[in-house]
Design a protein around this ligand. Structure first.
Ligand SMILES: Cc1cc2nc3c(=O)[nH]c(=O)nc-3n(C[C@H](O)[C@H](O)[C@H](O)COP(=O)(O)OP(=O)(O)OC[C@H]3O[C@@H](n4cnc5c(N)ncnc54)[C@H](O)[C@@H]3O)c2cc1C
Length: 379
C-alpha cells in the first residue's frame, strides 16, 4: 500500500481551497486546477455559523475570517412588520460566535492567502479532460494537453462537477422552485444582528458583512418553469418584493438599489450524489456531492468540514479505499441532514409563497433550530 504523497484537486472554490490547505498542513503535495483563468467572486456575502468557524480554525483562518467579516449573534426571525417571533442559528461555540457574515470575495481571499502561505500550487484556466483510475493512483490528461499522475484526485468543482460526470456519469441538480436575489448595501445603523422577515410572497434576510456593509437576500417563487429574468426586470422585481415589508430597515434600502448588474439572481438547486462519493482513487466533495439550497446557510460550511475530515483520515496512513470509506462514514449522515432539512424548509416556503396551507407537521423555526443544534456536534 502506497502512502498518500501527491493530490490533485479539481476546482479552487471554497471546498477545493479548504481541502488544499488541510492537505498541505499534513505535508502532502497539492495542486489545484481551476477552470477560471482568474477568480471573479461576486460581491455579496455568505453566512458562516459557528461550526463553519470551527472548521476554518482547523485551517488556521477562523480568526482572520472573523476579523475581516462581522461576527453576530442569532438571527431574528420576524413578521413583515418587524415583530420578532423566534431566533435561529447555532449557539456560540467556544470563542466562535453564533455567526460570522463575510463577503464571498473576502472569504476567498482569506483562503487563497492561506493556501499560498502553506505552498499550494495553482494552475488557472485549466480542467481535466480524462481521468484514469489505476490500482495505486490516477493519471490525468488536462485540457491543455499536459498530463499528470497523482495518488488521489479530489473533485471540488461544484454542483455541475466535471469530475463527477467523468467518474459517475450524468447527474443533474434539481430545481427547488425557488430563487434568490442578493444585493450589497451600506449597513443600516439599527442593524444589531442578522434578520429574516417572512412575508406572503417572499422572505428577506439582512446579513452583516462588515461593520459598515450588509447584503440582503430575497427568496421568492418565480414559477415551476424556472423563467429567465431579463436584466431590465431585475430591479423592478427585487424592489416589488421589498415593498411587502413596511419596516424602515427594509424600506430604506429600496432606493439604494440602482445597478441591475449588481443584482445577483440565482435559481436554487440541490443535488444528492448517491453514496459512496468515491470510486478508486477519486472522491467528490462539497457541492459536487451534496449541494444544498441555502435555507440553513450551511453548504460552504459542509464543504469546509469535508476538507478537515478528509485530511484527518489521510493522516491514518492507509490506502484510498480505507480513507474514503471512513470519510463517508463521518460525512454522509451529517450532509444528508442539512440537504434534506433545507429541502423541507424550501418546500414549505414554496407552499407559503404559492398561498397554500402548510401540512400540520410543518414547523420552520423548529426544523431550523434542531438542525443548527445538530451542527454543533463534533464532525
Ligand atoms: C444563493 C446561495 C447562497 C448561499 N449561502 C450560503 C451561506 O450563507 N453559507 C454557506 O455555508 N453556504 C452557502 N451557500 C452554499 C455555498 O455557496 C456552496 O455550498 C459552496 O460554494 C460549495 O463550495 P464548492 O467548493 O463545493 O463549490 P463551488 O463554490 O461551486 O466551487 C467550485 C469551483 O470549481 C471551479 N470549477 C467548476 N468546474 C470546473 C472544472 N470543470 N474544472 C476545474 N474547476 C472547475 C469553479 O470555478 C469554482 O471555483 C449558498 C449557495 C447559494 C446558491
Amino acid at each position: 500500500m502506497k502512502a498518500i504523497e501527491k493530490v490533485l484537486i479539481v476546482g479552487g472554490g471554497i471546498g477545493g481551497q479548504s481541502t488544499a490547505i488541510a492537505l498541505r498542513q499534513i505535508g502532502i503535495e497539492v495542486e489545484i486546477v481551476e477552470i477560471l483563468p482568474q477568480y471573479d467572486v461576486y460581491g455579496v456575502g455568505i453566512i458562516q455559523q459557528a461550526n463553519a468557524l470551527r472548521a476554518l480554525d482547523s485551517l488556521g483562518v477562523a480568526d482572520e475570517a472573523i476579523k475581516r467579516g462581522c461576527p453576530y449573534g442569532k438571527v431574528k426571525m420576524c413578521t413583515p412588520t418587524g415583530h420578532q417571533f423566534a431566533e435561529t442559528g447555532t449557539p456560540p461555540m467556544g470563542r466562535f460566535p453564533s455567526h460570522n457574515g463575510i463577503s464571498r470575495r473576502t472569504l476567498h481571499d482569506v483562503l487563497k492567502e492561506r493556501s499560498e502561505t502553506v505552498g499550494v500550487q495553482y494552475r488557472m484556466g485549466l480542467t481535466v479532460d480524462t481521468i484514469t483510475n489505476k490500482e495505486n493512483g490516477v493519471d490525468v490528461v488536462f485540457s491543455d494537453g499536459t498530463t499528470g499522475s497523482y495518488d488521489l484526485l479530489i473533485g471540488a468543482d461544484g454542483m455541475k462537477s466535471k469530475v463527477r460526470q467523468l467518474i459517475f456519469g450524468d447527474y443533474s441538480p434539481k430545481y427547488a422552485g425557488l430563487s434568490v436575489w442578493r444585493y450589497a448595501f451600506d449597513r443600516p445603523k439599527d442593524l444589531d444582528t442578522g434578520y429574516i422577515y417572512f412575508g406572503k410572497r417572499s422572505k428577506v434576510g439582512l446579513i452583516p458583512m462588515t461593520e459598515d456593509t450588509i447584503y440582503i437576500f430575497v427568496v421568492s417563487a418565480e414559477g415551476a418553469d424556472n423563467p429567465l429574468i431579463k436584466e431590465e426586470e431585475m430591479i423592478p422585481k427585487l424592489k416589488s418584493y421589498l415593498e411587502e415589508y413596511p419596516v424602515p430597515m427594509v424600506q430604506d434600502l429600496i432606493d439604494q438599489i440602482t445597478n441591475p448588474k449588481l443584482v445577483n439572481y440565482r435559481p436554487l438547486e440541490t443535488l444528492h450524489l448517491p453514496e459512496p462519493w468515491y470510486k478508486g482513487n477519486v472522491l467528490i466533495i462539497g457541492d459536487g456531492a451534496h449541494a444544498t439550497i441555502p435555507q440553513l446557510g450551511s453548504g460552504a460550511a459542509l464543504a469546509i468540514e469535508d476538507a478537515v475530515v478528509l485530511a484527518e483520515e489521510i493522516t491514518k496512513q492507509d490506502g484510498a479505499e480505507a480513507i474514503f470509506s471512513r470519510f463517508m462514514n463521518r460525512r454522509l449522515e451529517r450532509c444528508k441532514m442539512v440537504v434534506e432539512a433545507s429541502e423541507k424548509l424550501g418546500e414549505w416556503e414554496l407552499m407559503l409563497f404559492e398561498g397554500k396551507t402548510l401540512p400540520e407537521e410543518a414547523n420552520i423555526g423548529a426544523t431550523m433550530g434542531k438542525t443548527c443544534m445538530a451542527l454543533t456536534q463534533p464532525i
